[in-house]
Ligand binder design. Structure first.
Ligand code: NAI
Length: 456
């Protein structure tokens, strides 16, 4: 029986970084992964979608750049080639993770792990017939697609008429028409991809806005952009049934609609994946499947940690990274804690949307004396130089009582790269007067944040 200092269950961003950091600190680590190292982020989420979205962006630029003096003829899009490049990128990164872990002597077990309980001072885990013991345990089992109880959906998923974020990335050919259930992050990114490469896309969303809790103006701008590109967006709509070659739903006015389509993408949310892990053998508490953790990523069971999507706190790879570090610091007795307040969120549409901190609506709900200023990105020289007729903007939310920023919301090019600066502004809680003294590089789109600060 192999004995370790730490067993990590799951090899996604939370799990592999936890294993990496613990091994760097000298702990003997064993990591279990039943599918592929890299988890959803590397294999079926963040990375592959960014590869495909970049192919689509290049294609769109090639056919839509006449105003910029660029005319291209006979431009074609080869989806299979884009998928092949995406696969190559994923393989490179997965191999990188494997090499890093092996280089640190992390034992990798490619099998499903099941916790069987305690043996003296150790936790016991079984996998592929082997038994493993460790003094500490970190659960990083990720999340899974929510499959709503829509009649016909399960059969459609089994038959290939409906797909999730996983299968949609490996389609051999493009459908002519795509119906997307759920206008959240996955739904929007994929809607933009398929629409950009010529697929007729419809998005059916149950709420009265796209992109859930995102800033209301960003949500409206995303809807306008979808419609400008010829997508059909149905808000406040309820999916009734997946029929043969069609999605049936009631629209906002209560009218029953039948949407014929070649393919359905299910993107109605994800939930923590903890079933069958054996957490109950240790008495680990969960809430609707998500492991309950504190700011040190500790569970109620001593020496048992849970990082990443499985604790249901934020479901973002970058949150998982930081949680993994905090958990390892706690294992080592180093002072550290997780702060969730300013974690940036990005939607890789085109234009991009990025936010950190509170929206105005959330700030009001939390009884802050909140004020918002919104500045169009056309105040930035670089934006004007690069974008024709864009509607990008930056919105800053100020806590007037404490004189500090509560939130930053960006809609436009480079938003995903600029949001880190915003996070720093929020995290340091520096007053706007101090932030105004920062020198922003010119010309950059980021100067719009500076414009916003001067309008607060
Ligand atoms: P989501 O929670 O972002 O969006 C799901 C949407 O589906 C919601 O707007 C919800 O109202 C809607 N919905 C639910 N049931 C429905 C129904 N029966 N009919 C119509 N609409 C319905 O979840 P999504 O897009 O599946 O993404 C899952 C997770 O992956 C998220 O937690 C997200 O944070 C993460 N992710 C992050 C990305 C990023 O950081 N760029 C990219 C993709 C995913």
């Amino acid at each position: 029986m192999d004995t370790f200092d730490l067993i990590v269950i799951g090899g996604g961003p939370g799990g592999y970084l936890c294993a990496e950091r613990a091994a760097q600190a000298g702990l003997g680590v064993c990591l279990f992964e039943e599918k592929k190292l890299g988890g959803a982020c590397l294999n079926e989420g963040c990375i592959p979608t960014k590869a495909l979205l970049n192919s689509a962006k290049l294609y769109r630029h090639a056919i839509e750049s006449e105003k910029f003096g660029v005319t291209a003829e006979r431009v074609t899009y080869d989806h299979a080639q884009a998928v092949a490049r995406k696969d190559k990128t994923v393989k490179t990164l997965v191999r990188g993770v494997e090499a890093t872990l092996k280089g640190l002597n992390v034992q990798i077990v490619e099998a499903a792990a099941k916790i069987t309980g305690r043996q003296g001072e150790h936790f016991a885990v079984e996998a592929a017939g082997g038994a493993y013991l460790a003094k500490k345990l970190c659960v990083a089992s990720g999340s899974e697609t929510v499959i709503p109880p829509i009649p016909g959906l399960k059969e459609a998923l089994d038959g290939g008429f409906a797909v999730t974020n996983r299968e949609v990335l490996d389609l051999k050919t493009l459908p002519k028409t795509l119906a997307v259930i759920g206008g959240g992050v996955i739904g929007l990114e994929m809607a933009f991809y398929f629409s950009s490469v010529g697929v007729q896309v419809s998005v059916v969303e149950m709420l009265d806005k796209l992109a859930g809790n995102t800033d209301a103006d960003i949500s409206r701008a995303l809807r306008a952009e979808c419609e400008k590109r010829g997508m059909a967006v149905y808000l406040s709509s309820r999916v009734l049934e997946v029929a043969k070659n069609a999605l049936i739903f009631t629209d906002a006015s209560g009218e029953r609609r039948e949407l014929p389509c070649d393919l359905i993408l299910l993107s109605a949310g994800r939930r923590a994946r903890t079933e069958g892990l054996g957490l109950e053998t240790l008495g680990v508490e969960t809430d609707r499947g998500a492991v309950i953790t504190d700011k040190y990523l500790c569970t109620n069971a001593a020496s048992v940690y849970a990082v990443g999507d499985c604790n249901g706190k934020s479901m973002l790879a970058h949150t998982a990274y930081r949680e993994a570090e905090v958990a390892v610091h706690h294992m080592l007795g180093a002072k550290d804690e997780m702060r969730y307040a300013h974690i940036p969120a990005v939607i890789y549409t085109d234009p991009e949307a990025a936010s950190a901190g509170l929206t105005l609506e959330a700030a009001m709900e939390q009884s802050f004396r909140a004020k918002a200023v919104q500045v169009p990105m056309r105040f930035s020289g670089r934006y004007l130089a690069e974008v024709e007729g864009g509607s990008g903007f930056c919105k800053l939310i100020l806590d007037e009582a404490a004189n500090r920023l509560l939130g930053v919301h960006l809609y436009g090019p480079y938003a995903s790269e600029m949001i880190l600066a915003a996070e720093l502004m929020l995290d340091t809680e520096l007053p706007p007067e101090r932030l105004k003294k920062l020198v922003f590089p010119h010309p950059t789109v980021g100067e719009v944040i500076r414009e916003g600060l001067f309008q607060l």
